[in-house]
Write a protein that binds this ligand. Structure first.
Ligand SMILES: Nc1ncnc2c1ncn2[C@@H]1O[C@H](COP(=O)(O)OP(=O)(O)O)[C@@H](O)[C@H]1O
Ligand SMILES: [Mg+2]
Length: 259
């Protein structure tokens, strides 16, 4: 779905050139869960903006869904952004005067989705992220984790083919961050393509594939161990596991036979 080749992005700052992206080549297939990890200033957000068609590279090629990006008109690009890409940011970017439901509906208003369909999809998306009981709440009446869930619902409501998340757990405590990462895992298992941008190795470890970026260059690739490839258990699995082992422990000898 995403094929980036030799992409460069430079910024001129006070007579100096910053190579934000320096010949980046990266392919992402449909259904992958990829983390892009690198220290602050390594070019992650610049890359996300280019992948998300919010910005264009100075040189190199970007083929999105089989077509070079420059072949799309401005209108088509806006449509791709609205319809096919769900953006999730560190700061949630919710409008404080609107309810959770209205926040989720807002992008669909711009897309011209009829009111009835909008309500339906927004409600479904909020249910999907576990916020069915909070649809009338304003962002200030929601916890940080709930606000991020609402932002995720907003991204999901348009049924995007790609979810792009820039430091989505950056403003959350550890436990809430894990809940959000579990939600990403669930979305990935349902077939969504997810690109997760982070500076935190613990967060990147939840992805199936990890791409390392430094000084605007991709330096190496790896695989996450949190969910794939090792015996490490996810929170939900651990929960079940603990419950089962505890049940075994309290079960008196011969209880099996009686049950
Ligand atoms: N609009 C801009 N103008 C000038 N320099 C920028 C701009 N955006 C990013 N940069 C520079 O490009 C580099 C990469 O930035 P960024 O992609 O935001 O990194 P990251 O998201 O990994 O922290 C940094 O050195 C940053 O200072
Ligand atoms: Mg950034």
């Amino acid at each position: 779905m995403i094929e980036i080749r030799d992409i460069e992005k430079k910024y001129e700052m006070g007579g100096e050139t910053v190579h934000a992206l320096d010949k980046v080549t990266l392919s992402i297939q449909d259904g992958e869960f990829v983390a892009i990890i690198g220290p602050s200033g390594s070019g992650k957000s610049t890359l996300m903006n280019i992948i998300g068609c919010l910005d264009v590279a100075d040189s190199g090629t970007y083929i999105l869904n089989g077509k070079p990006i420059e072949k799309y008109s401005e209108r088509q690009l806006a449509r791709i952004r609205n319809k096919n890409i769900g953006f999730i940011f560190q700061g949630f970017n919710l409008l404080s005067k609107l309810s959770a439901l209205e926040n989720v509906e807002l992008p669909m208003i711009y897309q011209g989705v009829p009111a009835h369909e909008r309500h339906k999809r927004a409600k479904e998306a909020l249910e999907h992220v576990g916020l069915a009981g909070r649809i009338k709440h304003k962002p200030t009446e929601l916890s940080g984790g709930q606000q991020q869930r609402c932002a995720i619902a907003r991204a999901l409501a348009a049924h995007p083919s790609l979810i792009l998340a820039d430091e989505p757990t950056g403003n959350l405590d550890k436990k809430t961050g894990k809940e959000i990462l579990n939600l990403f895992l669930e979305l990935h298992e349902q077939g969504n393509t997810i690109v997760l941008i982070t500076h935190d190795p613990k967060v990147a470890d939840w992805a199936e594939r990890i791409v390392y970026i430094e000084d605007g260059k991709i330096t190496s690739e790896g695989r996450g161990t949190r969910r794939y490839g090792t015996d490490e258990l996810t929170i939900d699995e651990k929960h079940t596991y603990d419950a089962e082992t505890q049940a075994e422990e309290v079960m008196p000898d011969g209880a099996d036979a009686i049950l």
